[in-house]
Design a protein around this ligand. Structure first.
Ligand code: C2E
Ligand code: MG
Ligand code: MG
Length: 567
């Protein structure tokens, strides 16, 4: 049964229309009214499937009639009935959102019934398109576009009413790892479940949106106080931290939340969106599973970061980077067993910059890829030169960041570099941060095996700062383990550090790994390490990283093991 509201003030036309519909196979239930005011009253009272609308009525004319019906029932299909002379208006009505029109007197029952079915279908398709344009396909919550629209509306309303609006950005922590290890299906299900939980945390009137990927936004209008936002943020953290059960897997997720407040932080919607993002980013930097309110200082930090990024790009183009080299020293043989290449940035503007200040930004921006490639090539070329200049068995270690490691073609580009520079792969060791071994184990093993096949040695740098256990490391083809300097700093006096370091050395040796103590500054530290079985050290006690021109002298003075016999 299709329920139709017929709005027609000509009694004869109305009768004709009703008769035509009565003869049809489709069953139509027609309610006839002859004034717009009456039509609007009926629309408020009961649901209809379609309006058959004559535009010129005694109490309304033309497109205005259409607009009033649309305003009352925005999702109701409208089929305009036009007189022979006002087809022009009828066409305009279609351009303004009516689904179709029919010229009275030209229609018969079949035509009318078909036009009705078509109008209903067409409206449905239109609504679907609007839905698709405004809602997230996967989770069914609003999308970025709709959130932006609602934010604009909320700001306009709140300006008038002097109300506060809150905007939150949420990003799942380590979502990529979940996706990579459990698969995209479970990743998708997690996103859906997160959207549901977010909805359960907020009021009906608030908008939860998926901004894309694993990022969500929440718009909170008319909030009583900023303290309410703190409570809500905490509730969201608690809710998301409850384990999800997806296809029999128990999945743990956490989010990072950035919060910004209108009008405190800004009055402009675009700026507020940026601020929420900035604050979310800061929450991430604090390790995730936390929330941060936007502050102006964050913006300054963002600007600084941007400036640094631009400077880095320029520095790369102008080749402002240099490598310094820090030896590894064998306590038992009192010789240098190798050197580590460590990058520095030498710019006319800022002088010498240490990697701690630019490597993290290079990683985030992807600039580490060209920078890292340059480091690897230069280090290999330099090592080859020294080998030919009297230190034939010199070994060189090069730091490889997480992002570089994840590059698809790392093995083939390394192979190219070895080929170009002529360096024997056995003289090269790659140092990886612990993070490389913590996520996505299978992919990491595959890549490490590819590298291993080239003949290079593999090392885990700064061991102990992450959370990987030695038994976990067993599955990787590693050669060397470097104990992070934060532990070395506290030995031998701090009993926890001493116990930890002793345990690492014992286990690493049982795995047949070479152990290197990093950041050794005192004889007491060196003695402790040696006593526990770690004979290779690196640190200011032996040498700081030095510029290349100082290295040959250092190698000679340290009585290195890399020298050609007789020199
Ligand atoms: P790392 O690979 O663990 O390098 C050792 C860091 O400890 C260096 O700092 C070095 O100067 C410092 N160090 C060495 N001995 C001592 C000591 O006795 N006491 C103290 N307090 N510090 C010591 P630097 O040059 O600031 O490098 C920091 C980190 O930056 C490196 O840590 C490495 O992770 C990263 N890095 C450096 N060069 C590169 C590179 O070419 N590529 C990549 N991806 N990362 C790099
Ligand atoms: Mg290193
Ligand atoms: Mg290190």
């Amino acid at each position: 049964m299709i329920k139709i509201l017929l709005v027609e003030d000509n009694e004869a036309d109305a009768r004709l229309t009703k008769d035509m519909l009565a003869e049809q196979r489709d069953r139509f239930d027609v309610v006839h009214v002859d004034h717009l005011s009456e039509a609007l009253r009926r629309l408020r009272r009961e649901p209809f499937h379609l309006v058959l609308l004559d535009l010129s009525l005694s109490d309304s004319h033309g497109l205005d009639t259409l607009r009033q019906v649309q305003a009352k029932s925005p999702s109701l299909p409208i089929l305009v009935l036009s007189g022979l002379n006002d087809e022009g208006i009828a066409l305009q009505a279609v351009q303004n959102g009516a689904q179709d029109y029919l010229v009275k007197g030209q229609a018969n029952g079949d035509l009318l019934a078909r036009a009705i079915r078509y109008a209903v279908e067409r409206k449905r398709a239109e609504e679907r398109l609007i839905y698709l344009a405004q809602y997230d396909h996967l989770t069914g919550v609003a999308n970025r576009t709709l959130l932006r629209d609602r934010l604009l509306l909320a700001l306009a309303r709140s300006k008038r009413k002097d109300q506060t609006v809150g905007l939150m950005f949420l990003d799942l922590d380590r979502f990529k790892a979940i996706n990579d290890t459990l698969g995209h299906d479970i990743g998708d299900q997690l996103l859906k479940a997160v959207a549901e939980r977010l909805k359960s945390c907020v009021r009906q009137m608030d908008t939860v949106a998926r901004m894309g990927g694993d990022e969500f936004g929440i718009l909170l209008e008319a909030i009583p106080s900023e303290r309410g936002l703190t409570t809500l943020a905490q509730r969201i953290l608690d809710t998301i931290a409850q384990p999800f059960v997806l296809e029999g897997h128990q999945v743990f997720a956490t989010v990072s939340i950035g919060i910004t407040v209108y009008p405190t932080d800004d009055e402009d919607s675009n700026n507020l969106l940026k601020h929420a993002d900035t604050a979310m980013y800061r929450a991430k930097q604090h390790g995730g599973n936390t929330y941060q309110f936007f502050t102006p200082e964050m913006q300054a930090a963002v600007r600084e970061r941007l400036a640094m990024e631009q400077a880095l790009r320029k520095g790369l183009a102008k080749k402002e980077f240099v490598l310094h080299y820090q030896p590894f020293f064998d306590l038992a043989t009192r010789t240098v067993t190798g050197i580590e290449a460590i990058v520095r940035w030498l710019s006319p503007a800022a002088g010498l910059t240490m990697p701690a200040h630019f490597i993290p930004i290079a990683e985030e921006t992807g600039l580490i890829i060209p920078l890292g490639a340059w480091v690897l090539r230069s280090a290999c070329a330099q090592a080859k030169k020294w080998q030919e200049a009297g230190f034939p068995s010199l070994r060189i270690a090069v730091n490889i960041s997480d992002r570089q490691f994840r590059q698809r073609n790392i093995a083939s580009s390394l192979s190219q570099i070895l080929h170009d520079t002529g360096l024997d792969p056995h003289s090269l060791e790659l140092e990886f941060p612990e993070s490389v071994f913590m996520l996505n184990t299978d992919a990491a093993i595959t890549t490490l095996k590819e590298l291993k096949k080239l003949g290079v040695r593999l090392s885990i740098d700064d061991f102990g700062v992450g959370f990987s256990s030695l038994s976990h490391l067993k599955q990787f083809p590693l050669d060397t383990l470097k104990i992070d300097q934060s532990f070395v700093r506290d030995i031998p006096s701090d009993p926890d550090a001493a116990a930890f370091v002793a345990a690492i050395i014992a286990m690493a040796r049982s795995l047949k790994l070479t152990v290197i103590g990093e950041g050794v500054e005192t004889n007491a530290q060196a003695a402790f390490l040696a006593e526990k079985g770690c004979h290779v050290i690196q640190g200011y006690l032996c040498s700081e990283p030095v510029p290349p021109e100082d290295l040959p002298r250092l190698l000679r003075e340290a009585g290195d093991s890399t020298r050609r016999n007789g020199t």
